[in-house]
Write a protein that binds this ligand. Structure first.
Ligand SMILES: Cc1ncc(COP(=O)(O)O)c(C=O)c1O
Length: 418
């Protein structure tokens, strides 16, 4: 393989004992590749965020719920959140104990609540209406609620999950209603959680919302935990040397806030955070193959198999991912040019990287989409009846191991009644 443009992956020795060309040939294209060392490192970073004895990290598997990755996260001592019965099911399969699973649900049915209650996991409700339903189903039970602390954050309006323009959480003015329903059904409020949004690169909003949640927590005597949420960002523009989120600074301020609040509360209750992206994004690179190169009305298009069914973030949120280029032969790129990297889906919005200045790219080159471990495979689909890719793990030894098979054509028709 010839690394034409590969600074980020080379510096991390991302592909271990193999390389993107070998991997694509062996496992097919497109292909998600994960690096175990990076995943473990990120788990450890975030476990060290807060200096307080009763602090735990719940990984949010909506970012990536591959079973093998969940097992690694568990092995690093993290716990887990779940957003659906499916996520509870997979978390149990990965070996998490029910009390290590926190079900943070949103607008769920009676059946979903019953699934979670019978599974024995911790449950948080997202509205007074859902608290009422939960109370009817599990009177005398334990419950938490998701607060909307009035402050949101995130890289796009679609992922700001607190503040005044979002469906999430219970606003602070409704706390008296929460208390009334808790009393009516004799429920024990064990925790309060929040999640203000996804991908913040400075901690100001997170810190402000943490102050708010703690002011509400003070109103309840028997709490066992407060969960401050996820959303910790990662630098998606590494090729431009974007700085990292300053975890040390944020962690220091959070630790101070927690320690002083705990003194006033009089009990060392548990504090949690619930990151998804921070843990897995950088451990993933999506590989795809260049199938066609053409110019349309002055714009050069690099046509790949990386449709938005495989990675939807650029189409859905206008997200930026750095890209790399790897070549099967030693043909040199003679120039730099501005190109648009597109997929194979029949929609104009099917763009993986918009107008990038890259070394000249040819048919059969392999493209690497950096930092695609979070909200990549987990948001992929069979749109256009395309097959979802395989997933491969580069283990700590540097060797590659298949951790999910590529879909087959039979998978596409499995649920048809024939
Ligand atoms: C309730 C909740 N917790 C945690 C997360 C994880 O967010 P992130 O991956 O940005 O850390 C999300 C994502 O939207 C969420 O909705």
């Amino acid at each position: 393989m010839y690394p034409i443009y590969s600074k980020v992956s080379s510096e991390k020795n991302f592909f271990g004992n193999t390389d993107p060309v070998q991997l694509s040939e062996k496992y097919g294209s497109p292909l998600y590749v994960y690096n175990e060392n990076i995943l473990r490192k990120r788990c450890r970073d975030i476990k060290g965020l807060i200096d307080y004895p009763n602090f735990n990290v719940n990984y949010s598997p909506k970012a990536n719920s591959n079973l093998e990755l969940l097992k690694i996260v568990k092995n690093e001592g993290l716990r887990v959140d779940a957003m659906s019965p499916g996520e509870i099911f997979v978390a149990l399969m990965a070996g998490f104990k029910p009390d290590e699973i926190f079900y943070i649900c949103n607008n769920v049915s009676k059946e979903e609540f019953l699934y979670a209650i019978h599974a024995g996991v911790k449950i948080s409700v997202d509205s007074v209406s859902q608290l009422e339903l939960y109370g009817k189903l599990n009177p005398g039970g334990k419950v938490a609620f998701r607060l909307n602390p009035g402050v949101g954050a995130g890289h796009h309006d679609k992922v700001k999950t607190a503040g005044q323009k979002t469906k999430f959480g219970i606003e602070m003015s409704q706390i008296p209603d929460v208390k009334r329903v808790l009393e009516n059904y004799n429920l024990q409020l064990t925790g309060i959680n929040q999640h203000i949004g996804s991908l913040f690169m400075d901690g100001d909003a997170y810190l402000a919302s943490s102050h708010n949640i703690l002011s509400v927590a003070t109103e309840f005597d028997d709490l066992e935990f407060v969960d401050l949420g996820g959303g910790f960002g990662i630098p998606y523009r590494k090729q431009e040397n974007q700085p990292r989120l300053d975890l040390k600074d944020l962690g220091g301020k959070l630790s101070e806030l927690i320690r002083s609040w705990v003194k006033g509360y009089g009990k060392e209750i548990e504090f949690k955070v619930e990151p998804g992206r921070y843990i897995v994004a950088e451990s993933g690179i999506l590989l795809g193959q260049v199938n066609a190169v053409k110019t349309n009305y002055g714009l050069k298009y690099i046509g790949t198999d990386l449709g938005f069914n495989v990675l939807v973030r650029p189409t859905m949120y206008d997200s930026h991912h750095d890209v790399e280029v790897y070549r099967k032969d030693d043909k040199p790129s003679m120039k730099q040019e501005t190109v648009r990297i597109v997929g194979n889906i029949c929609e104009t919005g099917d763009i993986i990287a918009k107008d990038r200045n890259l070394p000249e790219i040819f048919e059969n080159d392999i493209i690497g989409v950096i930092d695609s471990g979070a909200y990549g495979y987990s948001m992929s689909s069979n749109y256009n009846n395309r097959l979802r890719p395989a997933e491969v793990l580069i283990e700590t030894s540097g060797d590659a191991r298949l951790i999910r098979r590529r879909d087959s054509l039979e998978d596409l028709v499995r649920n048809f009644i024939m």
